[in-house]
Write a protein that binds this ligand. Structure first.
Ligand code: 2RA
Length: 292
């Protein structure tokens, strides 16, 4: 029996992953660890830890664990580490792979809507403004949000992560570089703006997408609706409906009033599920089925 560890099992993502693992359809055994526990040899492990802990755990475990799946941003842009959303690029994982990164949740919502269109459109530019839920900031931010006087109560805060030398937030830069890597579109222009809003769970994005070709809205809806775990709805879908669901929901599709090669739409999805633990679970299922 193959054994898969969850390291950092008591954080928000670690706990959600414990539930997600119950959906894996091939036999395996789960072992739970805190980030400071002694960790035995494993067939695979998911690191639900922050960047410094993931870096340290990688060094400690790389010779003891066949596959490490890291949920932090520590390794995402390393060219030797596949950055994987199974619906899009599981082919980036090979027999030589030892470490796999799971993308940023906001990037995930964006690329889940861009990838299906790439079969028919040459995408050149993506603008997005995010409306990110409190749960994306982890247990501490949720506790802060529930404490009277929280900055986040009844508010929106236009900074997620830290401000970089060029003025972007770290969250915004992830939206640019992770999108290019996952979609294998090194020249796509991404214009990000990331905002934390007073919603407990499920991230949303307003997106504007530009292609070389004019968009056919009916075709765009069909491409979305035939892509796994993605649903287009003519009715409005809000984070309330998306929370707890596996699908990424898209609504409000419209063609630009002046440029037929530009579309606008709204995306909402559960950041702890497709944006994190569900994606981790899907990667583990893929490894168990194909490489373990
Ligand atoms: C956030 N994207 O929502 C981050 C979580 N990794 O803060």
């Amino acid at each position: 029996m193959k054994t898969v560890g969850i390291i950092g099992a008591n954080g928000l993502v670690g706990r959600t992953l414990q539930q997600e693992f119950k959906k894996i359809t091939v036999p395996f055994e789960t072992k739970l660890f805190g980030r400071n526990d002694d960790i035995s040899a494993l067939d695979a492990a998911v690191l639900c830890t922050d960047n410094p802990d993931s870096a340290a755990l990688y060094e400690k475990l790389k010779d003891r664990v066949r596959f490490l799946v890291d949920m932090s941003s520590q390794f995402r842009l390393n060219k030797n580490v596949p950055l994987v959303i199974p619906e899009i690029n599981s082919d980036a994982i090979t027999a030589q792979t030892r470490l796999i990164a799971s993308p940023n949740c906001t990037t995930t919502g964006l690329v889940m809507t861009m990838a299906p269109l790439m079969a028919h459109y040459h995408l050149t530019e993506a603008f997005f403004c995010s409306y990110q839920a409190i749960s994306g900031g982890g247990k501490k931010l949720l506790e802060d949000f529930r404490t009277p006087g929280s900055l986040y109560a009844n508010n929106c805060v236009p900074l997620i992560g830290s401000v970089q030398d060029n003025g972007y937030s770290s969250e915004e830069l992830k939206g640019i570089y992770e999108t290019r890597k996952i979609l294998r579109l090194p020249r796509v222009k991404v214009y990000p703006h990331t905002v934390r809003v007073a919603v407990e769970n499920a991230h949303s994005l307003g997106v504007t997408l530009k292609a070389e070709e004019a968009f056919d809205l009916q075709q765009v809806k069909t491409l979305w609706n035939t892509f796994p775990n993605l649903t287009y709805s003519d009715a409005i879908v809000t984070p309330k409906e998306a929370s707890g669901r596996e699908e990424t929901f898209v609504c409000r599709l419209r063609q630009d009033a002046e440029e037929p090669n530009v579309i606008h739409y709204f995306v909402t999805f559960d950041n702890l599920l497709k944006g994190a633990a569900m994606n981790g679970r899907q990667i583990v299922q893929f490894l168990l089925e194909n490489f373990l």
